[in-house]
Design a protein around this ligand. Structure first.
Ligand code: HEM
Length: 435
């Protein structure tokens, strides 16, 4: 997997026996315990572990929910209420799963913006980044299908609106879009047949995500982690073993994240949801405002910003597709925004753009909301397609440190307590590197 030499020493006879047949303990030792990790990772690097936790929580709670859920138009809504009221701890499973979807997206967006800020998508981590974007797409598909299963008003109408988007293909080849939509529906409208297939795929996709996550971590362990300086690892003193340093740091961050998660589950489980989804699906009554869950709002704003349906759909999918190109759109030779005086500002402008698009996605597409929707949609694409390539040419990056160690020692000598402890200059014992 990774390029560093194995330091695994089987101690017992059983370990030696297994090592010759299935060297799983060796893999764990080399890829987790002893994995050389940059010594300067900050808390934004703890989200990969947090995301793995979120995926596990969704799979475990989801499997339990599926034991009691009924994927039919007649039973779906009632079976969810049955889980809430009759099944032992059913309410906890359901609220954890529903809040868990939101927490998963909070974590993935932070993880994604961290990558954008520190240039973690740049060579040699392009494949790692592309796998991340694939995971993001799979997460979106999974969340969309999961939301439909409740079979409330928002579920039903969200499925109707989103599946109908394929009908826009009719404007290219008449009839093809409608044929695709009817094929997805399994009929001439959204029915129990549609629900059954959404359930089947909703159960399947998280395991596909888990598979891509394994590839994602594999692709991480070949070049190793990027770090806040963006400077590559050059010498042994630039790294520390993953365990116990980052296992401890990750556990601490995960505990804080779990507290926030638990606060939502126990005190505000419906805060992030829509009240209309507690009304059973009614194909004869359209809700006044059909809005997706918060994590889809920016894309929804992009979809509605363009008056032509097909172009709106292309823009919405394009807003994700453009992420695949980011490693090549960024032409700067420096990775981290820390040393990029202009990119730093444009990064924050982009964050604000995404937040504003999210706000606009929840508003009706009319008047000033629509005008701003168009401006910010245009800016979203300008950021990637014009600003990123241009900055590489016009920006003069600040001098980067020669090595990670130099940066850490420099901070330590300026009196940063943490860095001092890490560097060992404030009396803390030196890291017992065993590489
Ligand atoms: C289920 C979702 C995901 C899981 C479980 C996951 C897991 C991880 C883990 C464990 C790491 C190493 C620790 C860290 O850097 O935080 C990592 C790194 C990384 N991930 Fe993800 N990830 C997910 C989604 C994504 C997405 C959506 C993207 C971007 C589109 C992405 C891009 C990256 C990049 C670029 C790195 C390398 C970071 C660096 O070393 O600077 N990941 N991921």
């Amino acid at each position: 997997m990774a390029q560093h030499e194995s330091t695994y020493q089987p101690n017992t006879g059983v370990e030696r026996w297994l090592d010759d047949r299935l060297p799983l303990p060796r893999l764990m030792h080399d890829q987790v315990n002893a994995f050389p990790t940059p010594r300067n990772l900050n808390y934004w690097w703890t989200y990969g572990g947090i995301l793995t936790f979120c995926l596990a929580v969704q799979i475990i709670t989801g499997v339990v929910l599926a034991m009691h859920y009924q994927p039919s138009a007649e039973m779906a809504f009632d079976s969810v209420e049955h889980i809430m009221r009759n099944v032992n701890w059913g309410w906890l499973m359901r609220y954890t799963h529903a809040v868990g979807a939101s927490m998963f997206f909070v974590a993935v967006y932070i993880h994604f913006f961290r990558g954008l800020y520190y240039g973690s998508y740049k060579a040699p981590r392009e494949v790692l980044w592309i796998l991340g974007v694939i995971i993001l797409l799979l997460m979106m598909a999974t969340a969309f299908m999961g939301y439909s299963l409740v079979w409330g008003q928002m579920s039903f109408w969200a499925v109707t609106v989103i599946t109908n988007l394929f009908s826009s293909l009719d404007s290219i080849i008449p009839g093809v879009g409608t044929a695709i939509v009817e094929w997805i529906w399994g009929g001439y409208s959204v029915t129990g047949t549609t629900l059954t297939r959404l359930f089947s795929l909703h159960y399947l996709l998280p395991f596909a995500i888990a598979g891509v996550v394994v590839l994602h971590i594999w692709a991480l362990h070949v070049p190793g982690n990027n770090n806040p300086t963006g400077v590559s690892v050059k010498q042994n003193s630039d790294t520390i073993p993953f365990h116990p340093y980052y296992t401890t740091k990750d556990m601490f961050a995960l505990t804080l994240f779990a507290l926030l998660f638990a606060w939502f589950v126990f005190y505000a489980p419906n805060y992030l949801g829509h009240a209309d989804n507690y009304i059973e699906a009614n194909p004869l009554q359209t809700p006044p405002h059909i809005v997706p869950e918060w994590y889809f709002l920016p894309y929804y704003a992009i979809l509605r910003a363009i008056p032509n349906k097909l172009l709106g759909v292309i823009a919405m999918f394009g807003s994700i597709a453009v992420l695949f190109l980011v490693p090549w759109l960024d032409t700067s030779r420096v990775r981290s925004a820390r040393y990029r005086p202009l990119y730093k500002w444009f990064f924050w402008l982009f964050v604000i753009t995404c937040l504003v698009l999210g706000y606009l996605g929840a508003k009706p597409p009319e008047g000033a909301y629509l005008t701003f929707g168009r401006i910010f949609t245009a800016y979203y694409f300008i950021h990637f397609l014009i600003i990123m390539p241009l900055l590489g040419a016009i920006e003069t990056p600040r001098a980067t440190p020669k090595s990670i160690t130099e940066d850490v020692l420099d901070k330590a000598s300026k009196g940063d307590g943490d860095a001092g402890a890490i560097a060992g200059v404030s009396g803390a014992p030196a890291a017992p590197e065993t590489r």
